[in-house]
Write a protein that binds this ligand. Structure first.
Ligand code: 6PG
Length: 251
């Protein structure tokens, strides 16, 4: 695994560096493979990044028609719900760029049973990646965020999905929110060619320090479980989020 931690002064700089990284990875991936599987993150941090990608100078540098979009996780709500990660990405990005409808693979989170939604998404992944039994898909790029409790995607502290190495997609019950979530598991997250964390704000500083500099205890800080064996892991963090880190960072 090739791991890099890059600090940028502020949020504006963070999303600009992230956008340029996405341009670079998408151009390289599509030049080499003809198409790209890109799993988006949810939450609020990436929304500005998605809007940036939808406008120039970044929009014109990305081969949109060759990218297939997926989600790293989803809330157990319909796709038009205000909490939907799919809705956020569609409104901020996908509605504004020329991505064919059949290139958008959203998690069917409207299904009453979250487990069935996870199974359905796992089938869609197996079909898209043409997976043989036991084979795991290799995303070209996965974007992740970090929660103040050290969660990432919907891998929350104390949930079994953090250590799930068999399923590709799980539907954990998240006690703190009293709801199910649907999430890619470490088995698939750690197969990616590129994983990029986007972390901004002082409220993430303690979690970031625990994840990057604390003892390895992923059941407490699930983001620690992300280490793509053959991939590149980039932590893009702004100055506020890096505020508790002991080791000096490249700026
Ligand atoms: C979600 C995300 C989640 C998110 C972190 C950070 O569904 O909410 O997948 O893992 O990335 O909670 O969220 P913010 O960017 O809103 O701080």
């Amino acid at each position: 695994m090739n791991k890099k931690i890059e600090q940028v002064p502020d949020f504006e700089g963070l999303v600009r560096v992230a956008a340029q990284h996405i341009v670079n990875v998408s151009q390289e991936t599509i030049a080499n493979h003809g198409q790209m599987a890109f799993a988006l993150a949810g939450g609020s941090t990436p929304k500005k990044l998605y809007s940036l990608l939808a406008g120039d100078p970044f929009r014109s540098q990305i081969p949109w028609g060759s990218i297939h979009f997926f989600w790293g996780d989803e809330r157990h709500v319909p796709p038009d719900h205000q909490d939907s990660n799919y809705r956020m990405a569609r409104e901020a990005l996908l509605a504004h760029v020329p991505v064919p409808d059949d290139h958008v693979h959203r998690i069917p989170s409207e299904m009453q049973n979250a487990e069935e939604a996870a199974d359905s998404y796992e089938r869609e992944l197996r079909e898209y990646f043409q997976l043989a039994p036991g084979q795991n898909p290799r995303f070209d790029l996965i974007l992740l965020g970090l929660g103040p409790d050290g969660h990432t995607a919907s891998l929350f502290p104390g949930t079994p999905a953090v250590h799930d190495t068999t399923r590709l997609v799980a539907a954990p019950w998240v006690k703190k929110f009293s709801t199910f979530r649907i999430t890619l598991t470490p088995a698939i997250l750690n197969k990616a060619d590129h994983v990029m964390f986007l972390v901004s704000g002082q409220d993430k500083a303690e979690a970031l320090r625990s994840v990057l500099e604390g003892p390895y205890q992923p059941e407490v800080f699930p983001a620690q479980v992300i280490h793509p064996a053959q991939g590149q892991l980039i932590w893009l963090v702004d100055k506020e989020a890096a505020g508790c880190l002991r080791s000096p960072l490249t700026v």
